[in-house]
Design a protein around this ligand. Structure first.
Ligand SMILES: Cc1cc2nc3c(=O)[nH]c(=O)nc-3n(C[C@H](O)[C@H](O)[C@H](O)COP(=O)(O)O)c2cc1C
Length: 231
């Protein structure tokens, strides 16, 4: 550990980030106020995060597990959600795409630290169909389309210059945004939740945690139930 991050040796004492203690606010998350399903509850909290200035409130940490059981995580952007699940877009040949092909189970974590909240979605990721991926691709600006086409995400490359020259070639070949078609390997995943946890920071670490899980009745998907967990 370097001096810079060792509170004992840095002399920074309580001012140091690692020893800072913040008492969280007065907000509460009660069973009686919680929405009947996690999508409605998420909708409320996403709107709050946005209204209260959380930077990139739709940024979420996607966790996957590969074929060797090795977990990995990275940030992706939520591009839509409804009762079917939470959607993000990526290169399906990427490290995450390869992991999801073997283990389609994923977690999505929304780290809304600034408002003392966290949401964790766990579920099964399925590929979004071509029509839906095309519709989203059509909203992407020219530069993003070129970049997604030029990059074979997660693979090594010898230099930045090589990537930039690929971009320049594509820009020459396809000068108009409409000409840059969605690569077949690029598209969306929808994580259909089995479990959604809402965490509300409270004073003295006595936080609120409500978990929505689907009841299962002989295999058929039932209504959402809510359970409180100890903090
Ligand atoms: C704020 C933020 C948003 C990002 N959004 C996306 C995204 O929507 N899709 C994506 O493929 N990568 C996104 N990335 C990049 C990923 O975090 C990651 O580097 C990339 O997807 C490769 O991940 P992998 O090698 O684990 O597959 C984002 C990164 C940040 C910091």
């Amino acid at each position: 550990m370097s001096d810079a991050i060792d509170p004992d040796r840095s002399g920074a004492g309580a001012r140091h980030a690692l020893s800072r203690r913040k008492d969280y606010g007065s907000e509460i998350l009660n069973e009686s106020d919680a929405a009947a399903d996690p999508f409605a509850q998420f909708d409320r909290w996403l709107a709050d995060a946005d209204a209260r200035g959380v930077y990139e409130p739709n940024a979420m940490v996607l966790g996957t597990v590969d074929g060797d059981g090795v977990p990995s995580s990275r940030t992706v952007l939520l591009r839509g959600f409804d009762e079917r699940g939470f959607v993000f877009y990526t290169d399906r040949r990427s490290r995450k795409g390869v992991a999801l092909a073997v283990h389609p189970t994923a977690t999505l974590l929304f780290p809304w630290y600034a408002i003392h909240r966290q949401v964790i979605v766990t579920g099964r990721a399925v590929e979004v169909d071509d029509a839906e991926s095309d519709a989203y691709w059509a909203t992407r600006p020219y530069g993003s389309r070129i970049a997604a086409t030029a990059s074979r995400q997660s693979q090594p490359i010898a230099s930045r210059a090589e990537l930039e020259s690929r971009v320049a070639e594509l820009e020459q070949a396809y000068p108009e945004a409409g000409e840059v078609r969605r690569p077949e390997t690029w598209g969306g995943y929808r994580v259909g939740p089995e479990r959604v946890e809402f965490w509300q920071g409270r004073t003295s670490r006595l936080h609120d945690r409500l978990v929505y899980t689907r009841s299962r009745d002989g295999g058929a998907v039932g209504a959402w139930g809510i359970q409180r967990l100890q903090p």
